[in-house]
Ligand binder design. Structure first.
Ligand SMILES: Nc1ncnc2c1ncn2[C@@H]1O[C@H](COP(=O)(O)OP(=O)(O)OP(=O)(O)O)[C@@H](O)[C@H]1O
Ligand SMILES: [Mg+2]
Length: 200
């Protein structure tokens, strides 16, 4: 369960969030849309406790583990993709090398490649960012523009991955400008003028 209630956030007296609320459950896939600068990433940062809201609450069950891809994920540029994932996972000691290698392979990344992340394309970086958000059995997964730079084949794999997460009873919240063909969303929200509204 993830419940966000009446979030408010201003930056330098400019109101970005005026009232953002939603109440969603494990096993759901949620979509949040909104124009550039509407506050989508800000909501994710508040849920992931990167920043604090001025008002409002975020509640989740005690067993919640958040995985997040927000804006442009930072990596150790001169290390390989696998080394980066190993480093990120070891921060909370849930690293399972076989699982991480499998996730990379399934997404078209070679886990045995020594190519440094500095030489990764945008799409390859996105894949690494998606993998780090799901590789440790996180059950609340926040994906901010996850499909940026993904080619057709990778998009198809992304859809499959999200559907798998849903059947594994994870909650996936996707912020994006477009709806991903092949994905069924349980709830769609639109963020406009600081207010999050349910669509349909
Ligand atoms: N740390 C910050 N300091 C000042 N202003 C900020 C900060 N973070 C976000 N903002 C402002 O808050 C507003 C919302 O930004 P946010 O990144 O949440 O939008 P977004 O919906 O994710 O946009 P995009 O679709 O471009 O990713 C923008 O006007 C942005 O400039
Ligand atoms: Mg954003």
């Amino acid at each position: 369960m993830l419940k966000v209630a009446h979030l408010q956030k201003s930056f330098n007296h400019k109101v970005v969030l005026e009232d953002a609320s939603f109440d969603v459950q494990l096993g759901q896939v949620i979509h949040i849309s909104g124009e550039n600068g509407s506050g989508k990433s800000t909501i994710f940062k508040i849920i992931a406790k990167i920043i604090k809201p001025d008002a409002g609450q975020v509640q989740m069950t005690e067993d919640s583990v958040i995985g997040a891809l927000i804006e442009n994920p930072g990596f150790l540029e001169f290390e390989s993709g696998l080394t980066n994932l190993k480093f990120l996972a070891q921060l909370n000691k849930r690293y399972d090398e076989n699982k991480v290698k499998q996730l990379m392979t399934d997404f078209g990344l070679n886990p045995n490649s020594n190519r440094s992340v500095a030489k990764y394309s945008l799409g390859m970086r996105q894949k690494l960012g998606i993998i780090q958000a799901i590789m440790e059995e996180q059950n609340i997964i926040l994906l901010d523009e996850p499909t940026r730079g993904l080619d057709q084949e990778s998009l198809a794999h992304f859809v499959q991955l999200v559907n798998q997460l849903r059947s594994d009873n994870k909650l996936v919240v996707i912020a994006s400008h477009d709806f991903q063909a092949g994905l069924k969303y349980d709830f769609k929200y639109r963020l406009k003028d600081g207010v999050l509204r349910s669509e349909d």
